[in-house]
Design a protein around this ligand. Sequence first.
Ligand SMILES: C[S@@+](CC[C@H](N)C(=O)[O-])C[C@H]1O[C@@H](n2cnc3c(N)ncnc32)[C@H](O)[C@@H]1O
Length: 217
Amino acid sequence: MKRGIRSYVLRQSRTTPSQQRALEQLMPAYGIEYQPALLDTRALFGRTAPLVLEIGSGMGETTAAIATANPGTDFIAIEVHGPGVGSLLKRIDEQGLGNLRVIRHDALEVLANMIPDGALAGIHLFFPDPWPKKRHYKRRLVQPAFAALAARKLAPGGILHAATDWEDYARQIDEVLGAEPLLERAGGAGARPATKFELRGLRLGHTVRDFHFRKRS
Ligand SMILES: C[S@@+](CC[C@H](N)C(=O)[O-])C[C@H]1O[C@@H](n2cnc3c(N)ncnc32)[C@H](O)[C@@H]1O
């Protein structure tokens, strides 16, 4: 994706009072401010554990469920949408999730500037915005430059797990990730809880496809 072309549009959707409260009061405790400097994840979580990054966590229900089910892994969720970030902060607080933190910023910049090369055990990309109109394809997140960046940030053996319910985007994901020399197909490694956007796609009769690519050792 060319610099300046974003994979999202910030819509003025309503932030509920409790999401707003969470953004104001909980961000200092569970959020990470964006800054163009590498993160010290050991200091952040107070331990050395596998680290998984989620891109576009939406309302965060799946993110919180995965973090709860995997207490030995640390998770960083990245999302630009305020209500979604507020909602996830609330979940972290209510469920006492010490292994999950949130960054409210463009995931491409976070990946490029805050994540050390080879630091990630996994990247989750569940139902990225499909941008179905041809003139918007350039906004799709999964493009060759993204594949190269994601591969660089994964540790050898780390898994990029992507899912979509848009047939045409599924083809693009398969082709683009399949063409990245540092990645190889990993078969059906690991199930995941259903996401909000996935359930909407299923209601529309869409077929869901999951992709697992492993960083070559
Ligand atoms: C279609 S929604 C899917 C949300 C969630 N993963 C789910 O399946 O329910 C895509 C999400 O990605 C977020 N997003 C898109 N591009 C992003 C970017 N570059 N950085 C961070 N978040 C992004 C959007 O704000 C949106 O919430």
